[in-house]
Design a protein around this ligand. Structure first.
Ligand code: SAH
Length: 220
C-alpha cells in the first residue's frame, strides 16, 4: 500500500471534512470532543483510493469482502453514547473493518483494543492506523463473539457488526459502571442498543434504528 496524502486536497481537503462534521452537529451530535475527533481523523485514508472523493459524504462505503465503513453519523453517535458513560480508560471495539471507528476512539480514550475476524481487512486496517498515527490501538485477528479476555474488564465496548442477541462473553468483559453499545437484530435492520452494567445488574435501552453488516462466527 503506498503512502497516502494525509492532508488531502479538493474532495479530501480539511474544508470538505469540516463541512461534513458541521452537518453532523446540525443533525444532533452535540459532544464537542467527538466532533473534534472527527475533524482530526482523515476518513479518506480508510477507504480505497477509488472511493476517496466520497469519503466525506455521510454514507457507508464498501471496504471489500462485502463489508462497509460505517456512516459518519453512526460513528459519531456511537462514540458519543460511549463517552457519556464517564471516564473511559480502556475500550474494546468489535469489528475493526477499515479501522476508522477505532482511529476516532483512539483520539478520545487512552487504550483501545479492536478485534476483526477477517485477516485481509485487518492487515489493511493496521497499515491505515499506522498512517493515521494511532499508536494506542492494539489489534487482534479473532472472533469478536469471544471478546478479548486478556485485557478485560473494559470501561466501554463498541460493537460495529450486528449480532442477533447480546454476546455473553462481551457482557462478562464489561467492567462495573461500564457501557456497551451495539446494533442488535437480524440482517438489514437493527436497534442501536446501550447496555450499562451496575454490579450484576444490566440496564438496557434502545436509541435508534440502524443497519450494520451481520456479526459472523469464527475467523477467516
Ligand atoms: N468499525 C468498522 C466497521 C466495519 S463493518 C469501520 O469503522 O470501518 C463490520 C466489521 O465487523 C467487518 O469488517 C466484519 O468482518 C467484522 N466482523 C463481523 N463479525 C465479526 C466477529 N465475530 N468478530 C470480529 N469482527 C467481526
Amino acid at each position: 500500500m503506498r503512502e497516502r496524502d494525509t492532508a488531502g486536497t479538493g474532495m479530501t481537503s480539511q474544508r470538505t471534512q469540516d463541512r461534513l462534521v458541521d452537518a453532523l452537529a446540525r443533525q444532533g451530535v452535540g459532544d464537542e470532543r467527538v466532533l473534534s475527533a472527527l475533524r482530526a481523523v482523515p476518513r479518506h485514508l480508510f477507504v480505497d483510493e477509488a472511493l476517496e472523493s466520497r469519503a466525506y459524504e455521510n454514507t457507508p462505503l464498501p471496504i471489500g469482502e462485502g463489508q462497509t465503513i460505517s456512516q459518519p453519523w453512526v460513528v459519531a453517535r456511537m462514540t458519543e453514547l460511549l463517552l457519556e458513560a464517564g471516564d473511559l480508560r480502556r475500550v474494546l471495539e468489535v469489528g475493526t473493518g477499515s479501522g476508522y471507528q477505532v482511529a476516532v476512539l483512539a483520539r478520545l480514550v487512552p487504550q483501545v483494543y479492536t478485534v476483526e475476524r477477517l485477516g485481509s481487512l485487518l492487515r489493511k486496517a493496521r497499515e491505515r492506523l499506522r498512517q493515521a498515527q494511532a499508536t494506542n490501538v492494539q489489534t487482534r485477528h479473532g472472533d469478536g463473539f469471544e471478546g478479548w479476555p486478556e485485557y478485560a474488564p473494559y470501561d466501554g465496548i463498541l460493537v460495529t457488526a450486528a449480532p442477533e442477541t447480546l454476546p455473553t462473553a462481551l457482557l462478562e468483559q464489561l467492567g462495573d459502571g461500564g457501557r456497551l453499545v451495539a446494533p442488535l437484530g437480524g440482517a438489514g435492520y437493527q436497534e442501536l442498543t446501550v447496555v450499562d452494567r451496575e454490579g450484576e445488574h444490566l440496564r438496557r435501552r434502545r436509541v435508534a434504528g440502524v443497519s450494520f453488516v451481520p456479526m459472523r462466527q469464527g475467523r477467516a
